[in-house]
Design a protein around this ligand. Structure first.
Ligand code: ATP
Length: 246
């Protein structure tokens, strides 16, 4: 079952085409890694898919009412802004706004507690979110998205700025969520982590999808060289592939 469908999606920014008639879908159970050089349009694609910026073409999410969309997809933007000095627990409760209890119902409480536990935020729950480190704030924002309990999670560079252990924990959790039937669209610059954890990679460059498929195939594709101007060397280890960029 498809959780997100984009057809013929085009975006123009400052008079320049950033995305050009792009097609992309995310199904239940998929952890899709969106890769591509800086400025390729990964954030633009997510913003357009969510209907946050003007676009041409079709996005199944943007076509929904705001409340339906908020129940369908949680979004972690690249800029991790926490606007007010709220506690970590209250920040996470904001993820419940689209649901009937609005953060205060019994179901809401369970979702909030599950998100706190999954992100290991118990020690921080009463701390003002603005007084966390950058990586801790990132985890609190991921927990807010988890508390939203949506079928789809769209995350823009969620592991940037996390330490290696937290990066692994976060991607393991994302894989677990995919295993539970969620769909995830996650932009990521670390090709090694992308190869290890994603079930599918979509390579974006020049406003188009240059490659889309199984990580092994996408990372072997000539398109990687075309997109990044680098060569990828893959070393297989018992823990999965290690990727060297040369
Ligand atoms: N608010 C904006 N107004 C105008 N142009 C923008 C805006 N945001 C991004 N752009 C331009 O759109 C293009 C795509 O940017 P985008 O942020 O989507 O790339 P990205 O692939 O997410 O990059 P990165 O890997 O650096 O995060 C870039 O050329 C960028 O300069």
């Amino acid at each position: 079952m498809m959780l997100l469908e984009l057809r013929n999606l085009s975006v123009t920014r400052r008079g320049r085409p950033v995305l050009d008639k792009l097609d992309l879908s995310v199904a239940k159970g998929e952890l899709v890694g969106l890769i591509g050089p800086n400025g390729a349009g990964k954030s633009t694609l997510m913003e357009a898919a969510l209907g946050l910026i003007p676009f041409e073409g079709m996005s199944s999410l943007a076509a929904m009412t705001p409340n339906d969309r908020a129940r369908q997809a949680a979004y972690l933007p690249q800029s991790r802004e926490i606007a007010w000095p709220v506690s970590v627990e209250d920040l996470i409760a904001l993820g419940r706004i689209p649901w009937p209890g609005g953060g205060r119902g019994t179901g809401d409480r369970q979702a909030i507690e599950a998100a706190i536990a999954r992100m290991g935020l118990e020690p921080f729950r009463h701390r003002t979110a603005l007084r966390l480190s950058g990586g801790e704030q990132a985890r609190a924002l991921i927990a807010r998205a988890l508390a939203q309990e949506t079928p789809l999670l769209i995350a823009d560079e969620p592991v940037a700025g996390l330490d290696p252990a937290q990066q692994l924990a976060c991607l393991r959790l994302f894989r677990e969520l995919a295993g539970e039937g969620h769909g995830l669209l996650v932009s990521i610059h670390d090709l090694g982590l992308a190869a290890r954890f994603c079930s599918r990679l979509v390579l974006l460059a020049e406003g188009r999808v240059l490659a889309d498929g199984n990580p092994d195939e996408v990372l072997r594709d000539k398109a990687i060289h075309r997109a990044f101007g680098i060569t990828i060397r893959r070393i297989d280890t018992p823990d999965g592939p290690a990727i060297l960029s040369v």
